[in-house]
Design a binder for this molecule. Structure first.
Ligand SMILES: [Zn+2]
Length: 407
């Protein structure tokens, strides 16, 4: 678990460390953060590599990346140039990797895959919607001057101003401990671009009380929910004599052996609508539509209010497509019920590491109300595990947004 007190200290480091930077455009800036271990201690000498997700790709294939990635190491406490900033990495678009090297260390805004590794620790993959939503002070001198790190100032800088910046912290677990391998769900931004305007019976859905309703006009949307964590997401329950799911829980596997189970205040309900006929995990995702304003990803969402109350959607959770092939081991979980010991009917659903579940736009109930909305651009937003009933390694990537145009 992340040490929260330690992270507060990390957040405050921004102002002190964002030196030597000229003002950058809204879509780029400095990227920095700490790598810490499960005890909250900083990890020096870790490699942090950013790859930009191709959001235009089909969600039905595994993610692929171009060659333009940025890689940097965290400072080591033994380095005389670290200034005491053990475990910090720093990507500055206005500095150079080394004298004479004009490569800007710029991470584009938008979805990034971040691979973090260091010997003695299990490598980990994180997906983050990377936005330059913070503002850091510009100082007139660099805090460090060693070519092993991104250090050489490309331009003279003036002090007293502000520059956009983005903080991303990452946690690594030691390979020598039997740690809990937590899952990490995200909403695949690639899937949200697969939408369709519909009316009439194509806009049917069930409300929170399982009563069938219908929007007069709707946006049908595909939603993929990958697991990029250290371990499987595994949800279990048993059926009582009335056919209702009881004892709903999450099983968390440990690195070497064993597992723990945690009851969760969520439920499975039987969904009998066309194309379903199976148990759904309730409130798996939440769909929202917001007013469009280009400034919201960096300036906050006050100017982009929700236009329709977000709607919860249930899924029968299983492995459908590979999402992250570097960690996936193939399909393991299917949407079914099995008979266990003593004739008890068991519900067992999940998403294994690197795989994703997908509910396509043509599936009953995958709809967002757009009745009465003017033509134009909107933010479509999907959040997975919106109530945090399930324990995850990282909740900062549960929400994905794309722009949609309503004709
Ligand atoms: Zn279903």
């Amino acid at each position: 678990m992340v040490n929260r007190t330690r992270l507060l200290g990390v957040a405050r480091a921004c102002e002190f460390l964002a030196r030597g930077i000229v003002a950058a455009g809204a879509l780029s800036g400095c990227t920095y953060g700490f790598v810490i271990d499960d005890n909250g201690d900083t990890v020096g000498g870790a490699t942090v590599k950013f790859d930009t997700l191709k959001t235009s790709e089909s969600y039905k294939g595994a993610t692929t990346f171009g060659t333009a990635s940025e890689s940097v190491k965290t400072w080591n406490k033994d380095d005389p140039n670290s200034g005491g900033h053990n475990g910090l990495y720093y990507l500055n678009p206005n500095a150079h990797k080394a004298t004479g090297d004009n490569t800007a260390l710029n991470v584009p805004a938008g979805w990034q895959r971040v691979t973090v590794s260091k010997s003695g620790y299990d490598s980990a993959i994180f997906y983050r919607d990377h936005q330059y939503s913070q503002s850091c002070d510009i100082y007139s001198s660099l805090p460090y001057a060693d070519a092993k790190y991104p250090v050489t100032s490309a331009t003279s800088v003036s002090s007293g101003g502000k520059t956009p910046c983005s903080l991303e912290n990452f946690t690594l677990s030691s390979s020598s401990t039997n740690y809990e391998k937590l899952p990490d769900m995200l909403a695949d931004p690639r899937s949200l671009t697969d939408t369709q305007i519909a009316t009439g019976s194509d806009c049917k859905y069930k409300d929170d009380n399982a009563v069938e309703r219908q929007f007069t006009k709707c946006l049908r949307v595909s939603v993929g929910t990958p697991n990029v964590g250290a371990g499987d997401l595994h949800l279990l329950g048993e059926l009582d004599s009335g056919g209702h799911a009881v004892n709903v829980r999450q099983r968390i596997y440990k690195r070497n052996s064993g597992y723990s189970e945690k009851s969760i205040p969520a439920n499975f309900t039987f969904e009998d609508a066309a194309g379903h006929h199976h148990f759904h995990f309730k409130n798996w995702t939440k769909l929202r539509l917001r007013k469009y304003d280009a400034s919201c990803p960096t300036q906050g969402w006050t100017n982009c209010p929700e236009l329709k109350t977000g709607r919860k959607v249930s899924f029968c959770i299983e492995d459908i497509y590979t999402f992250e092939s570097s960690i996936a081991t193939g399909k393991k979980y299917a949407c079914d019920t099995t008979t266990g010991a003593g004739g008890t009917t068991q519900i067992s659903q999940g998403i294994s590491v690197g795989m994703q579940d997908v509910y396509g736009k043509s599936v009953y109930g995958q709809v967002v109300d757009i009745a009465g909305l003017a033509s134009g651009k909107y933010w479509l937003e999907v959040e997975v595990n919106p109530e945090h009933f399930m324990t995850e390694r990282d909740y900062s990537n549960n929400l994905a947004r794309v722009t949609v145009t309503i004709p």
